[in-house]
Design a protein around this ligand. Structure first.
Ligand code: MG
Ligand code: MG
Length: 310
């Protein structure tokens, strides 16, 4: 087994979500034993603490629906720097969110790192939603619905979010678990080059062959692989602590299989855990499930699982 140096970073961003509570995510993940779970598998864990909200950054964009743009823009700028620094020397940053707008920052910094290394950055987006709105097309104004469009260099962000040092090639983005897409996103996704495996694809083919295709491409191009796990990827019956539940999500075993295959591939270089809203949880069960999934990603095997009642 390869021993990793894992850097835990709390990113208590909630300005990009429609409801408050994601700022408690890092605390809940620590309480559920994230660091201990990773360390128990033989990896080194450095908990770098939880970031403080930076002062709002001057930002404007002609869409009156946008919420908290200067706050989110400041987080994006800060997290891009933090992610760039934390990914030096082969370390594996794990960002404990925070809503999904934080990925606009983390992936921006990781794309800069990958460009410096001369390797392509691939992104696996595990989510009910493609998060492919621009600052122009979003009607809710919740910026957590925009990071993939931003990171792949789509139009509709100038003046709003910081200029990217490096974009992610749309052909290097794969989405898994999608089941809620707005009309504007559907139009923009068509011909974007992004791979979209929706829940129907998972139902028809099962998750393993779909993910294997993605991993084979990453390996063939010697890419780095960032995984962005939105809690709403999971079925709400097993993961209620999220403000954007959509029925029909990934099951317990599908989600673990994804994580186990990611571990076996040895390709994952960074991870976001986003949209956990502990205010909506039931006695911490969603936070504990996330910790279990991360343990699978770091090498826990099915046969190692303790028997436990819920
Ligand atoms: Mg999302
Ligand atoms: Mg989502």
């Amino acid at each position: 087994m390869t021993t990793r140096v894992c850097k835990l970073i709390g990113a208590p961003v909630q300005d990009g979500a429609g409801r408050r509570g994601c700022e408690m995510g890092p605390s809940a993940l620590r309480t559920a034993g994230l660091a201990e779970a990773i360390a128990s598998l033989g990896h080194r864990v450095d908990d770098l603490g939880t970031l403080c909200a930076p002062p709002p950054r001057p930002a404007s964009f002609p869409n009156p629906a946008l919420k908290n743009l200067p706050q989110v823009a400041a987080w994006v700028e800060t997290l891009a720097e933090v992610a760039f620094a934390a990914s030096a020397e082969g370390s594996m940053p794990v960002f404990m969110g925070g809503d999904h707008s934080l990925s606009a920052g983390t992936v921006a910094g990781l794309a800069r790192r990958a460009a410096l290394l001369g390797r392509p950055l691939f992104v696996l987006w595990l989510d009910a939603h493609p998060d492919f709105h621009s600052l122009r097309s979003t009607e809710s104004g919740n910026i957590h619905g925009t990071p993939v469009a931003y990171l792949t260099g789509q139009p509709g962000f100038a003046g709003g979010l910081p200029k990217l040092a490096a974009t992610v090639e749309p052909g290097h983005v794969a989405m898994l678990g999608i089941r809620s897409v707005d009309a504007a996103e559907r139009r923009a996704l068509t011909d974007s080059g992004i791979t979209v495996f929706d829940m129907r694809a998972i139902d028809e083919h099962s998750v393993a062959p779909l993910l294997r295709q993605v991993l084979e491409r990453v390996r063939a191009l010697d890419g780095l692989l960032h995984v962005s796990l939105d809690v709403d990827f999971l079925d709400p019956s097993i993961a209620p602590a999220v403000g954007t539940t959509v029925p029909g999500g990934a099951s317990f075993r599908e989600a673990h299989l994804v994580m186990e295959m990611l571990h076996d591939s040895g390709l994952v270089s960074s991870l976001d855990l986003v949209e956990l809203n502990p205010f909506l949880d039931e006695r911490g069960r969603t936070a504990m499930l996330l910790v279990d999934l991360v343990a699978s990603l770091f090498g826990r095997r099915v046969l190692d699982r303790p028997t436990r009642s819920f």
